[in-house]
Design a protein around this ligand. Structure first.
Ligand SMILES: NC(=O)c1ccc[n+]([C@@H]2O[C@H](COP(=O)([O-])OP(=O)(O)OC[C@H]3O[C@@H](n4cnc5c(N)ncnc54)[C@H](OP(=O)(O)O)[C@@H]3O)[C@@H](O)[C@H]2O)c1
Length: 223
């Protein structure tokens, strides 16, 4: 992984941040993005440097804003020309019964988790050298009450990933599906995010096999 350029969206927090640390430890060049958490993003960037990242780059990114995606893609292309892996991780959850899901929460989840991930992939695809890992979810394989809209987005991410992999056979494309993980999104309940980061790392490095467009379920690798 030394010197590999790894772009991780939503790396100011949770699973994305731990994934940035995991790649930093291997001497990768890590591109981090934050949305609202600039100070957290800056702290994560500094930690990546201390852990051994060969290079780091921190960007603001709002995946619900097409201009923000375009601006980020332009900056990344200008600085690096190519990225080895794109890890689409940014995501949100509004946990509540469907009848209480407001229009704003419906939009926020679909636009961040699904539309944002698709647009980010579209903008970065010309620069991706080796592969794309989409962070979907156990809730993209099985439905859970109070997560109706979130499940719709994550099932959607898996469908998108499967089709994309058929069109781009030279790239390694697939989903890593975490189960409940202790981050802000889950109210800090679940497995340590470092375990998910480890599975992402092993998937990218090839230690864990992934079929084209397929799923790597975190609970299968680290029970
Ligand atoms: N935690 C779980 O139990 C669990 C289980 C399965 C799958 N996942 C998935 O794992 C991924 C990471 O979530 P997490 O659990 O690590 O949650 P988290 O700690 O809340 O982190 C979410 C990240 O996404 C960023 N983000 C939010 N909205 C964004 C936007 N509009 N544009 C760009 N970035 C945005 C946040 O940035 P700021 O903080 O800077 O605003 C943050 O860095 C998500 O896709 C989630 O669905 C999580």
């Amino acid at each position: 992984m030394k010197g590999q350029i790894i772009l991780i969206t939503g790396s100011s927090s949770g699973i994305g941040r731990e994934t940035a640390y995991r790649f930093a430890r291997e001497g990768a060049k890590v591109i981090l993005t934050f949305y609202r958490g600039k100070a957290r993003g800056e702290r994560a960037q500094r930690r990546c440097r201390r852990l051994g990242a060969k290079d780091t780059f921190l960007l603001h990114l709002d995946v619900t804003d097409s201009r923000s995606i375009k601006a980020a893609a332009t900056k990344i292309a200008r600085k690096y020309r190519k990225v080895d892996y794109l890890i689409n991780n940014a995501g949100v959850l509004a946990f509540s019964p469907f009848r209480r899901q407001t229009s704003r929460n419906i939009e926020r989840q679909i636009r961040t988790n699904l539309e944002g991930l698709i647009k980010m992939t579209s903008a970065l695809l010309p620069f991706v050298r080796k592969g794309i890992i989409n962070i979907a979810s156990a809730a993209g394989e099985e439905a859970y009450a109070q997560m109706s809209v979130y499940c719709a987005t994550k099932f959607g991410v898996r469908g998108f990933t499967q089709a994309l992999a058929q069109e781009h056979r030279r790239l390694r494309i697939g989903c890593v599906n975490p189960d409940q993980t202790a981050t802000r999104l889950s109210g800090y309940v679940g497995r340590p995010p470092a375990e998910v980061a480890e599975v992402v790392y092993r998937t990218v490095s090839g230690a864990v096999k992934m079929k084209p467009g397929g799923d790597v379920d975190v609970w299968e690798i680290i029970p």
